[in-house]
Design a protein around this ligand. Structure first.
Ligand SMILES: [Zn+2]
Length: 199
């Protein structure tokens, strides 16, 4: 027996989320069917709003409602440091730590020949332009994940940026190899920033 089309479509949609297989998707779809009408409306509005109301900041590449984002426009932040991360969610993680007060740059990924991701596919050009336009920047802290791709990206950036006389540092390896920034606890992350080393 086939599921009615709306349910079948909802199952398909849930299956597009990471880590969700057919069984979980089916469970979620039937759970949704039992939810309050208001909750379902709020859920669908929230989904739509992530696409309608969020944009990438034209300066740092982070997700934001206003462009430039509130971090880029905050003049009380330390304008001499830019911390480079892979994804917008890494910015949230660093901000939750409350110990870093500089600026950010979001690459939107890492160099990965296997996935066909070269420098052109990442927000690297905008970073270089930012450094050229802002002589106040004295240090670029590369906080890509401790994966082979993250390391390769850090080395690439270091080779690109250091000749301009800007210090390039890398988070200390309190972070375990292969670890994603987003899973690090705040103390580990704080230590990794404190103990950063020059590339
Ligand atoms: Zn920004």
């Amino acid at each position: 027996m086939q599921y009615p089309e709306p349910i079948a479509k909802l199952i398909d949609s849930y299956m597009k989320l990471p880590g969700i297989g057919n069984k979980t998707a089916t469970r979620l779809a039937f759970y949704t069917l039992d939810m309050d009408e208001t909750d379902v409306k709020d859920f669908s509005k929230a989904l739509q709003a992530t696409k309608d109301d969020l944009h990438f900041c034209s300066i740092c590449g982070n997700i934001t409602e206003a462009d430039p984002c509130e971090i880029c426009t905050d003049k009380t932040r330390d304008q001499s440091q830019i911390l480079v991360v892979e994804q917008p969610k890494d910015v949230m993680v660093m901000e939750r730590m409350h110990e870093y007060h500089g600026l950010y740059h979001v690459l939107q990924g890492v160099l990965s020949p296997i996935e066909g991701k070269g420098p052109e596919e990442l927000n690297i050009k905008s970073l270089i332009k930012r450094l050229q336009d802002n002589p106040a920047v004295k240090e670029v802290i590369v906080a890509t994940n401790a994966t082979p791709e993250g390391e390769a990206t850090a080395m690439y950036l270091s080779r690109l940026i250091k000749p301009a006389g800007i210090k390039v540092t890398r988070l200390a390896h309190g972070l375990s190899v292969g670890a994603d920034i987003e899973y690090a606890d705040e103390m580990t992350l704080f230590k990794a920033v404190e103990g950063r080393t020059e590339l």
